[in-house]
Design a protein around this ligand. Sequence first.
Ligand code: ATP
Length: 225
Amino acid sequence: MPLSTSHSSPRQARLLAFFGGTFDPIHYGHLKPVTSLAEQAGLDQVILLPNNVPPHRPQPEASSLQRLHMVELAVEGNPLFTVDSRELDVDTPSYTLETLATLRKEHGDDCPLAFIIGQDSLLTLHKWHRWESLLDFCHLVVMARPGYQEQLDTPVLQNWYETHRVTDAEKLKQKPAGFIYQANTPLLDISATEIRERRHAGLDCSDLLPSAVERYIESQGLYRE
Ligand code: ATP
């Protein structure tokens, strides 16, 4: 690991936050809560990680390349975001846990890493491959999402959540992994499903996603037939 070249205090840990998603397409329900989260948790970088979808699940309508382009267009010129296409660079779906293990190796044992998810993903997290090990590699940061309950499905899951939960975002920089932080982010009732459905119905989506993404969708004829 190279030593930090930052001119700020050398002991100030940097928290790298990764935000995975299918992004079919990326929308304001992703971008606005994450931007607010970055302010409240003092994140200076959020890395968007578009993913492949396992063959047994409904496939994205846009191709990997189109989803990647949409993510890039959505954050172009915004210094908070970078895009990591590693999961799309391979043909097979990657388990989030394995990507996080690779990221942990790349960044070293001491670097605080966070993985951002929405409340709906928290509620189904116990179905993810080796979900109990996620917190060995990163913190989880959860963004509220309208329409999804707060309570987890079983007492065991709820207990796991409460055991790891912290309410002070500063804690995320004090340990490399292991905490769950429930962010107080704005509630946006937007989903990619709704955008695809609106497009199929010939309806306008301009208030749901960045105009550069909307123009790209239009130019590619996406979500129309
Ligand atoms: P789809 O409708 O196709 O299932 P989606 O809108 O849920 O898609 P994804 O790309 O699957 O978008 O989501 C990526 C991540 O962003 C997930 O962790 C999800 O919980 C979170 N997320 C998506 N939309 C919102 C939203 N409106 N508010 C908070 N989190 C969200």
